[in-house]
Ligand binder design. Structure first.
Ligand code: IMP
Ligand code: MG
Length: 173
C-alpha cells in the first residue's frame, strides 16, 4: 500500500531554524570548543547541517541507542547499540537528537555523559513532542515543538523509509 506524506515543516523553515540554533550555539560557546554527539540514525541529517552553521571549533562523533522494541511504542529501557569513538571526558558535549518523545533517551544520555566526566553537557533536539513526555528533561536547544503525530523525513524513519525526505512530514495511509 502506498502512503501519502503531508508536509509539516518545509525544508526552508528547517534550514532557517538550524541556522538560528547554530548561531546561538556559536554565541554560547564563544572561545570554547564543542563536541557534537549525534544519535544515529535519525539525527544524522540535522547534526551535519547544524555543524556547518557553528563557527567555534567543532568535533563530531556518533552513537546509537535503542529505546524501541520492534514497534512504534517506547519500552522505556534505553540501551547503547553503538558506542562513540572519542573520549568525551573534559569536553563540552552537545547531544544532538532528532526528536524528543517520551524523554527516556535524552534522560538516559544526560546521566551517561555526566558519569563520563564531561566539562559540560547540553541537549539539542530538532523536534519536540511534549505531549508524550514520560520523564522530565531540560532541553537546551529545540528546533520545533510539534503536535503528537508520527513524523518522518530529515533523518526520521517509518520502518526505515523516508529518512531522505528533505522536509518533516506526516505519513497518511
Ligand atoms: P524517546 O526516548 O521516547 O524520547 O524517543 C526518542 C526516539 O524515538 C527518537 O530518537 C526517534 O528515533 C524515535 N521517535 C519518536 N517519535 C518519532 C516519530 O514521530 N517519528 C520517528 N521516530 C520517532
Ligand atoms: Mg533517535
Amino acid at each position: 500500500m502506498s502512503e501519502n506524506i503531508r508536509v509539516m515543516i518545509p525544508e526552508d523553515e528547517l534550514d532557517r531554524r538550524i541556522a538560528e540554533i547554530g548561531a546561538e550555539i556559536s554565541r554560547d560557546y564563544e572561545g570554547k570548543e564543542v563536541l557534537l554527539v549525534c544519535i544515529l540514525k535519525g539525527a544524522a541529517f540535522f547534526a551535519c547541517e547544524l555543524a556547518k552553521r557553528i563557527t567555534v571549533p567543532v568535533g563530531i562523533d556518533f552513537m546509537s541507542t535503542s529505546s524501541y522494541g520492534s514497534g512504534t511504542v517506547s519500552t522505556g529501557v534505553v540501551t547503547i547499540k553503538k558506542e562513540m569513538d572519542l573520549d568525551p571526558s573534559g569536553k563540552n558535549v552537545i547531544v544532538v537528537e532528532d526528536i524528543i518523545d517520551s524523554g527516556n533517551t535524552l534522560h538516559f544520555l544526560l546521566g551517561y555523559f555526566k558519569e563520563r566526566g564531561v566539562a559540560s553537557i547540553k541537549l539539542c533536539t530538532m523536534l519536540d513532542k511534549p505531549d508524550r513526555r514520560e520523564v522530565d528533561v531540560k532541553v537546551d536547544y529545540t528546533g520545533f515543538t510539534i503536535p503528537d503525530e508520527f513524523v518522518v523525513g530529515y533523518g526520521l524513519d517509518y520502518d526505515q523509509k523516508y529518512r531522505n525526505l528533505p522536509y518533516i512530514g506526516v505519513v497518511e495511509e
